[in-house]
Structure formats: C-alpha cells, structure tokens
Design a protein around this ligand. Structure first.
Ligand SMILES: [Zn+2]
Length: 229
C-alpha cells in the first residue's frame, strides 16, 4: 500500500475534502471508517455517560511551533502532559487549530476550534476540542491576561496547555475520526460546550502562515451515540 504522508491535500479544489479518499490508498483506507468527524453536536440529543470522565494531568512544558498540514501546530518536546480515560494514559502530542470551528454546537459555528491531540502507547488517539470566539481585548491570549510566555521570534514557548481548557468542564463525548487525512478512526472525541475567548491579535501573529477556512465540512452522525458529561 502506498503510505505517503506527503500526498498534498487542501480544503478546496481538486484535492479538497470530497476528494481526500481518492488521493492515495492510505487516505482511502482511513475514509472507510464509518463514523467520521466533525459532526453537529446537540445538547438535546445526548445520552448519559457510561464511562468514567476524562481526567487532565497537564503541566507547564516546552513547545515548539511549526506549520504543517494546513495549520499551525504546537508540539511538546517531552510529552509531559497527559489525560486519563478508562484507566489508560493518552499523552499530549500536538495542539493545532481550525478556522472556523469544525464541530458545531446547537447549530452555532464558532470562529476558531483548538484541537489537543493525544496518543496512548498503542498509537490510539484521543482528541479534545475547544471552541473560541475571537476578541479584541489586548493581552488576552486565552482565558488569561498574561502573554509574556510567548516568544514568536524563536518559535518556542513554555506554557501549561490547561490555558486552552475552559473554566467549566462540561463536554460532549463521541467516537469519530481524525478530521484531516487519513481521517482514520476510531478516535475518542471530547468537545467542550463552553465557548472561550481568544485574542485576535494572538491569532494574527500566525496569519501569514495560516490557511484560513481549514475546517472539514460536517459529516453524517449516523446512529452513533453522543454522551454529555
Ligand atoms: Zn484538528
């Protein structure tokens, strides 16, 4: 099987989302997973959780900032932050964002969605999604008013990834896929229903490099359950 991570893909045109599964065998195999992401999330259509909740064990650590796969990524050097779900640790491997949001909550799309991507020792992914509105408040990166940790020149930052998490912890949980090629599943998704505020100025620091409209269209929910914690 051709397994080429360099096969180019985009969000429009001949290698846009409706064509991803035709671009190489690896993408085709990922697209075969029947429960794709993102999906529309509706409070009224959720069920009582059957599993224990997600537990966060995040700590301040060093990240490098890189551009690839049509967005900006913050990648931890040492993978010190992790979450625990059903007794298994999933280590934070990547933080990136989409504009506008990929998930839509109660019919409302937001300007921005951050994804905190985790992986366990078996290579299985767990992704936490947080939706944001952009704000013009100065010195307001994300739920806090201190931006002194950001060194845009060196593309290296120290921060606690908890800064991207909401104050309230209510969230949806469902099983879906990656939202970028190879769109493989199953992926445990956790999407907070709290809408954060993100500094427009902070995002503008990356604008020259960021491809806007980097959101995959909504996928069919089919018969899958959505849990609400
Ligand atoms: Zn993403």
């Amino acid at each position: 099987m051709k397994r080429n991570m360099d096969v180019p893909w985009s969000y429009s045109g001949d290698n846009g989302p409706e064509h991803w599964h035709t671009l190489c065998d690896w993408y085709a195999q990922g697209a075969e997973f029947p429960y794709q992401s993102p999906i529309a999330l509706v409070h009224d259509e959720t069920e009582e959780p059957i599993d224990q909740d997600l537990a966060f064990h995040y700590k301040r650590e060093r990240f490098t900032e890189k551009e690839f796969k049509n967005t900006i990524h913050f990648v931890p050097y040492n993978k010190e932050s992790y979450v625990t779900f059903k007794g298994i640790n999933y280590y934070l491997t990547d933080i990136h964002f989409h504009m506008p949001s990929e998930h839509i909550i109660d019919d409302e799309q937001q300007e921005l969605e951050f994804h905190l991507v985790h992986m366990n020792d078996d290579g299985e992914n767990l992704v936490v999604g947080v939706l944001f509105k952009l704000t013009d408040k100065l010195n307001w990166i994300c739920n806090q008013q201190d931006d002194s940790i950001w060194d845009f020149e060196n593309h290296t930052q120290w921060f606690d990834p908890s800064m991207f998490l909401p104050e309230r912890t209510h969230h949806f949980h469902y099983v879906g896929s990656l939202t970028t090629p190879p769109t493989k599943g199953p992926i445990n998704w956790f999407v907070f229903d709290w809408i954060g505020e993100m500094s427009r100025r902070f995002i503008l620091e990356f604008r020259e490099e960021v491809l806007e409209n980097n959101n995959r269209p909504l996928q069919d929910r089919k018969d899958r359950p959505i849990y609400f914690y």
